[in-house]
Design a protein around this ligand. Sequence first.
Ligand code: SAH
Length: 198
Amino acid sequence: MVAEQIEARGVEDERVLEAMRAVPRERFVPKPYARLAYEDCPLPIGKGQTISQPYIVAYMTSLLELSSGERVLEIGTGSGYQTAILAELAREVYTVEILESLSVRAQGLLAEYENIRFRVGDGSEGWFEHAPFDRILVTAAPPTLPASLPAQLRVGGSLVAPVGGKRQELVKVSRLEDSFRRETKGGVRFVPLVGKGG
Ligand code: SAH
């Protein structure tokens, strides 16, 4: 998976590749799909949601440029697979999931990690009590980026999110001293963000 789907497509961050090798993806995929866990595609995880394609997980993680000391907010815990990758690479991960059953399942799978905090609820407006964050990763697509998310970045921090409706684009927003820089990083396809920001 790592060599053919991820390195071959240009993800070079060695720490990201190592985390992708270390986390057993089949644990996060529902039983009937376990033998497809390492295939080059997203898979259903129930409730109409999906675990993202391995390459997309690696690519988005690499855009965050994590160096191990960061506090990261993730919106959309889903299967918990991306959460595990973040927990391998950052100091603390705060993850929000709107569907309780998915969060509860992920909490069970991620019990061994001591650096993850879970919340069930609408993550459209981030997680105010724990802001500011060094990084924010959104794994469901809002039609436009809710302003409260970049507002919860510390100066020097950055956010990665899929944005759009039928056509979505990966967006990276960096918080500078007194402005924000926005870059686009290619087309993607995510489930829609629901809640206030949806
Ligand atoms: N990173 C996950 C992706 C799951 S799909 C994985 O690889 O498994 C996106 C998830 O975002 C879904 O579980 C969905 O329920 C959740 N979601 C959608 N809108 C949300 C919101 N407003 N707040 C928190 N989670 C949300």
